[in-house]
Design a protein. Structure first.
Ligand code: GLC
Length: 491
């Protein structure tokens, strides 16, 4: 694959998307937003944190692999695991104890919009989409302040039994408190010493401690559901936050109730606009039952598109019964990218999706069901556009407008990403998935699917990593829908 070609394709794709985006009427985005308290960790911070505990106990806790943060030691154990592997993680905390401890013992650098739906809404608004209808079931006054003030984000509000769309600052519920998540970012090559052991962090990444206050319910207000036609016209919906669903609630309801309501919302959205396309953005879900139910009951057969990273592909495969494939995705190594590819194809088939977009550091793989709505070149453009956005986000921390997005074009295509894809060429041509020429373009024509492979722009020293996945998925999905709309209008 030729670096120059890919630079050129990025530039062209970026301006194509810029022209297409105004054709969109709007996007519906739900459900999760929160406030992210971000702390970038230094070597001194980690040494200090380790110093608060007994090192032998830390080791034990690391071995236990806590799936919930009940006390500060659980946090430290998951942090060390995340840093050792350089793997993103998100672990729920149902009590305030660790939050208080972190405030006293560490503190954060700054706070900003968090949660996939919050991040996606702000991004699309700043890219200038005509209308974003955001729905956050727990929108508080403080949370509303984190939405950008561009005038194109609207939130449903019930007034005298009627649903109206208002700016978030006029649509919050004064009864709600705020959900604050801690984001611990760390950089590649940071040295960690603990319990006599020593390791170097392999890549920039982050660990999230996700607060789950009791009042959080992943649900839609009955009246908003009944008057869902009020959010239209919109061309697509981006849904996320299902990780918040719990197995059981104190009032006797269970995950089944919330899953059922979620599916009803999806069905109603589709019945109101049969052309509407729906994307679900995944994140790490510690609870295996909820992870599996999300995939088999909410995603499968109901939505069109899924966005996720490498670890999430492995986790999804794992609960769907493909353990071996899942381990091989995680282990990376020689067969990593092949397993990732096979895994993504499997997800497309099992979950009956039109599109599976996997973002990995340095490249994206997008599996498309036969009959998907665009040409492979157009699908590739949508992905390349999102690669530029991801670069801009890593460079600046936030993309305030299109001009800032454009700065992503300055970031070079990842040599490592190109090399990884190059190693995959033999597999593809050997299996006759594509000719060597087609591979150069990133096009694959499988027997039961098509696919796009692109190397992406990667910032060497990113300002932040949180929210980059959401940026990629939202950018590509919006650009794809926009191109569809543009074609329909005869352009
Ligand atoms: C998850 C986290 C949130 C973070 C977001 C970034 O939604 O809960 O804190 O901002 O992921 O993708």
């Amino acid at each position: 694959m030729d670096m120059e070609d890919w630079e050129q394709r990025h530039t062209e794709a970026f301006y194509n998307a810029k022209e297409a985006l105004p054709y969109l009427d709007g996007m519906f985005v739900a459900y999760n937003s929160n406030i992210d308290a971000i702390r970038h960790l230094t070597e001194e911070d980690v040494t200090k944190l380790v110093g608060f505990f007994d090192e032998a106990e830390i080791q034990e806790r690391v071995a236990v692999y806590p799936r919930e943060i009940a006390e500060p030691m659980d946090f430290l154990a998951r942090l060390l695991i995340s840093m050792r592997e350089g793997k993103a993680g998100e672990v729920p905390a149902y009590t305030e104890e660790t939050h208080k401890w972190l405030k006293e013992h560490l503190g954060f650098d700054y706070a900003r919009m968090g949660g996939q739906a919050g991040i996606i809404s702000n991004l699309l608004a700043q890219l200038g989409l005509k209308k974003i209808v955001t729905y956050i079931p727990w929108l508080s006054e403080e949370q509303a302040e984190y939405f950008v003030n561009t005038g194109n984000i609207l939130h449903p509000k019930v007034e005298n039994g009627k649903v109206v769309l208002k700016a978030p600052a006029e649509a919050f519920n004064p009864g709600f408190g705020s959900k604050v998540n801690w984001i611990f970012e760390y950089s590649k090559d940071l040295n960690v010493t603990c319990a006599g052991g020593n390791f170097k962090v392999p890549r920039d990444n982050r660990l999230i401690i996700s607060s789950r206050p009791k009042w959080i319910r992943l649900d839609m207000d009955r009246l908003v559901y009944e008057q869902l036609d009020s959010i239209f016209p919109v061309d697509g919906a981006m849904l996320s936050g299902y990780q918040m669903i719990k197995e059981e609630y104190e009032d006797g309801s269970t995950y089944k109730d919330y899953v059922e309501h979620s599916v009803e919302v999806i069905k109603k959205l589709k019945s109101l606009n049969p052309e509407l396309r729906i994307h679900v953005e995944l994140t790490s879900i510690q609870n295996r039952l909820i992870r599996k139910t999300l995939l088999t009951d909410i995603v499968a057969g109901n939505v069109h598109s899924l966005g996720l990273d490498t670890v999430e592909v492995a986790n999804a495969l794992n609960v769907l019964g493909y353990e071996e494939l899942s381990y091989s995705v995680i282990r990376k190594g020689e067969n990593g990218i092949m397993s990732l590819y096979q895994g993504a194809v499997q997800l497309m088939k099992d979950l009956r999706l039109e599109r599976v977009h996997v973002h990995s550091l340095g490249f994206y793989i997008c599996i498309l069901a036969k009959g998907h709505p665009l040409t492979l070149k157009e699908q590739r453009d949508a992905l390349l556009f999102s690669s530029v956005l991801a670069a801009a986000k890593a460079l600046k921390g936030d993309i305030e407008n299109f001009a800032e997005a454009e700065e992503g074009l300055r970031v070079p295509v990842s040599a490592k990403g190109l090399e990884d894809l190059e190693n995959f060429k033999l597999y593809c041509t050997g299996r006759k998935l594509c000719s060597p020429d087609e591979f150069e373009y990133g096009y694959i024509y499988g027997p039961d699917h098509d696919a796009i492979l692109i190397p992406t722009k990667v910032v060497d020293k990113p300002i932040a990593t949180v929210g980059i996945g959401d940026t990629i998925s939202a950018g590509a999905f919006a650009a794809m829908l926009a191109r569809m709309k543009q074609i329909r209008s005869g352009k």
